[in-house]
Design a protein around this ligand. Structure first.
Ligand code: GCU
Length: 648
């Protein structure tokens, strides 16, 4: 293999590097020498886009687009049939035909469809969820909460008068991967977003997104009737409050007739909510749902709640929401983060999933890397989401949301590989049974490597491996074996397991989570501790509750394990911890070597960008390892084994 690789390297050096790429074209960088014949049933903004895309990129058989109902197709589904040297694409909707156009182009890039020599075939695609939505945590001043790719795309100052080209480019990128909805503003919402002035700005964006099949939603501040409407209360059972929201809904739909609905963070991290008025989350959500109902709008009500009570933070969402099962209106969806704490590099899934059988639920993934190295670290997140779907059946969910990693950076996402996470979110939202490996391959073939060039295959293989191993590497060098929330105070980037801020909330301190002492380390969530294990279905509860059967990757999440505890590898816990941290560091170094092999295959700009970010990542990985091991060794009383790179 090595010999083969050097041969390929030599060959490509002779051929010279490929041309420069600015990264702004995302995965939509097809050549423009297309020559296909496209037939469409009519002209319309959406169909015109489909035709334009195909005319620009499709090099295969003639394509006929047909609008047609079909029992096997949902409204956005499509079917592609190849018969007698022609392709017929059918869908009940124009958006479905647009998705089919992007699908064809994707398949062409994969080199496996639409070439005249192939035998007749058929593809049927239906999205798994009707709602595939991005959540922007963008503030109205254009800062982005947990955003690492520049400022917010939405230039509120200039809207609605000036429309950036990037609005349409954004819509196009989303449509190409099946994302059909977007929440424009931060969940820590300003009530100003519902003012008449801002609704006009929102309308301008909605108008641009519409032909791409994308609906606009807004995060709302529950106290808007007070802050914006001048009422003395925001009590969801107060008749003036009810009337205020009804009136507001009417105004919104007059401005944006296909407005999607509200996303709500209530009684969480200081945000106002129904509990301020002794009402339940259900009462708050239902009041809003009633206001939106006549217009078919929905409410996505977040279950991200916790407060510094005696209850283990990991248990709180379940404790608060599970008893409300069956009390929500049918146009409310409870939106739950994938894990019970907060987007850590690894968490077990949130036990609230599946615990509210009479309530529609949706998952909230975080595409932006708040806890995985911002846009400095290469961390392909699809394996993490795939892991979630190993536990939570995709069909048990109503919808899927992802906290966006998009900003004004030229390449949209900061790290060139962070684009893969946006891409993967869209693809998994469309089809959660796609594997993370398949999605990585798709993305690589549309971004860095050319599937038709056999010289690219070996290097693409190496980079694919790097992507697939990258999330686990982050887990290893940051928080292996179920450790979580060891971050420094004030940011979520570097390590500070010793952090102690006098007077600060205990549940914001790393020691709340790692609980290291002379005996051992980890949070006892078994029956001898907080008993969070009891929130899981029986079989998992038993597995996690018993320290002898709890999988290594969750050990310190569920147990305060003795330093001498024997791990699955046969090592002691202390040694295993050292090995894992060390392994994480070694992995990043191996990524650097792999990436260096890519130099002659891709443009210099993206090559150097990734190379320099990998340097930062390698340095940070050592920082994490050294900080954590030096700190924890004060408790374990042991030093790292000689075989690992010891902290200095
Ligand atoms: C995390 C994040 C916050 C965010 C919150 C949320 O705690 O650090 O910035 O507001 O999640 O999801 O509401």
């Amino acid at each position: 293999m090595k010999k083969l690789l050097s041969l390929f390297l030599l060959l490509s050096c002779l051929l010279g590097p490929v041309s420069a790429e600015d990264g702004s074209r995302l995965w939509l960088r097809q050549s423009t020498d297309a020559h296909a014949q496209i037939t469409t049933p009519r002209q319309s903004p959406t169909l015109n886009i489909a035709v334009r895309e195909l005319k620009q990129a499709w090099k295969g058989l003639p394509v006929t687009l047909v609008l047609k109902k079909d029992k096997q197709l949902s409204s956005e589904g499509f079917r592609i049939r190849q018969v007698n040297g022609k392709l017929t694409v059918t869908s009940p909707s124009e958006t479905g035909l647009l998705y089919a156009a992007y699908h064809l182009i994707r398949l062409q890039e994969m080199q496996n469809f639409g070439k005249p020599s192939e035998t007749d075939q058929e593809i049927t695609e239906n999205p798994a969820y009707d709602l595939r939505i991005l959540n922007h945590w963008d503030n109205l001043d254009r800062s982005i909460e947990r955003g690492y790719a520049g400022k917010s795309l939405w230039n509120w100052e200039e809207l609605p008068g000036t429309l950036s080209d990037r609005y349409e480019a954004y819509a196009r990128a989303n449509a190409s991967i099946g994302i059909n909805a977007t929440v424009l503003n931060n969940v820590n919402a300003s009530s100003k977003i519902l003012s008449a002035e801002y609704l006009e700005k929102v309308k301008a964006l909605a108008d641009i997104f519409r032909p791409y099949g994308i609906k606009v939603y807004l995060s709302i501040n529950f106290a808007s009737p007070m802050q914006l409407g001048g009422l003395s209360t925001a009590d969801p059972l107060d008749k003036d409050v009810i009337a205020w929201w009804k009136q507001k809904a009417k105004e919104i739909y007059r401005t944006i007739p296909d407005f999607g609905g509200f996303l709500v963070k209530a009684n969480s991290e200081g945000q106002p909510g129904p509990c301020d008025f002794n009402r339940t989350h259900a009462e708050g959500a239902n009041m809003l749902a009633d206001a939106l109902k006549p217009y078919k709008g929905i409410v996505m009500w977040r279950a991200f709640v916790y407060s510094p009570t005696d209850a283990d933070r990991a248990k709180q969402a379940y404790l608060e929401f599970q008893p409300l099962d069956g009390q929500f209106r049918d146009n409310v969806i409870v939106q739950i983060k994938n894990g019970p704490v907060d987007f850590q590099p690894r968490e077990p899934y949130s036990p609230l999933f599946g615990a509210m059988p009479r309530t529609p639920q949706m998952v909230e993934f975080q595409i932006t890397q708040e806890y995985l190295g911002f846009s400095n670290h290469l961390a392909y997140l699809a394996p993490m989401w795939e892991e979630f779907f190993d536990f939570v059946k995709p069909s048990s969910l109503k919808a899927i949301a992802g906290v966006a990693n998009i900003g004004t950076d030229t390449n949209w996402c900061g790290h060139p590989f962070a684009q893969a996470n946006w891409y993967a979110f869209g693809r998994m939202a469309w089809n959660p049974s796609l594997t993370s490996g398949t999605i990585a391959e798709e993305w690589l073939k549309q971004t860095f490597f050319d599937a038709s060039n056999p010289k690219h295959a070996p290097i693409a293989y190496e980079i694919h491996n790097m992507m697939m191993e990258s999330r686990e590497a982050v887990v290893d060098y940051m928080m292996p074996l179920g450790l979580h929330h060891l971050f420094a105070w004030g940011h979520h980037y570097g390590p500070e397991p010793w952090c102690d801020v006098p007077g600060a909330r205990p549940d914001w301190m790393p020691s709340y989570y790692h609980k290291a002492d002379k005996q051992g380390i980890g949070f006892d969530r078994s029956h001898t501790g907080s008993n969070a294990t009891a929130q899981y279905p029986d079989s998992l509860c038993r597995l996690y509750d018993d320290i002898r059967t709890c999988p290594d990757e969750y050990l310190l999440w569920f147990h305060h394990a003795p330093w001498q505890h024997t791990m699955q590898s046969g090592r002691t816990l202390w040694d295993e911890l050292c090995y894992r941290y060390d392994h994480g560091v070694q992995q990043v170094r191996s990524f650097q070597k792999k990436w260096d092999l890519a130099e002659n295959y891709i443009d210099a700009e993206r090559f150097k960008d990734v190379q320099s970010r990998l340097k930062i990542q390698a340095r940070d990985a050592v920082w994490w390892k050294d900080a954590c091991l030096l700190y924890f060794q004060e408790f374990s009383g042991m030093r790292a084994p000689y075989e690992v790179e010891r902290p200095i």
